[in-house]
Design a protein around this ligand. Sequence first.
Ligand code: URA
Length: 274
Amino acid sequence: MLKNITKLAFCLGLVNGTFVVCSQQKNNNVLNRNEQYNFLSENELHNLMKKHKNLSILNRKQTEHILSLIRDTNADIVSFRKNADRLIRILMEQALCQIEKKKYVKQSPLGLYEANEVKYDDEEICIVSILRSGNAFLNEGLKVICGASIGQILIQRNEETSMPKYYFEKLPEDINQQQIILVDPMLASGGSASMALQLLLNKGVKQENIIFLTLVSCEQGLNKVFQQFPNIKIITAQVDPILLKDINYLAPGIGDFGDRYFGTIKKNTHPIKV
Ligand code: URA
């Protein structure tokens, strides 16, 4: 009985005192390729942003078409890359929207106007990629912020323990002076993101100076990261309803983003190895 009440409370999102009505149970253990998933409603997304003040979810109307093309398991690499890049570009521009602006008066060909520009020079911004998939952000990232420095952190999931394992980092020496845009296309359990964030904090970076960009996330990952790092900002294009627990993939998700973006799977094979 108590177990059933707890289950119901979980489904109604009464955990943590926040009322987020979930349209589906949020943890599935088994992958069933024939299951059709419902996306979170506008209301659920709104409640998530109420719960996490530093969370921004892109407008569904702006992203649903592009995301739908990316999710399609039949998308070839050209279509996948092209559309992933389009969405990454939107996220990068959105990151700039969230950085403080400086105002001053400038000259247009026809007169004076009040300029309202990002307060940092490009060189004061560092795009930190969580390898390997984070590198997919670099093409578009460097078109938007051409002079940004690039930091890289390699963290991979240990297949036996499912725990993230740190391997390598290369970051600018003065990273604690920079505005950080941390990038990883998929936020699943949040283990790798948390490890990367802790590493940045250990280098003296302030949470307030970090914006984390991710294409698709899930509630569990967002909860974990914000619980540990409440003052960073996260911008995500979409929040998926399911985290497939055993394999740590999002559903309906995208599949293995890195394999699809970098072309490291054979054509016509399924993108997830289970
Ligand atoms: N990484 C991926 O590539 N896809 C997921 O769904 C989760 C993590």
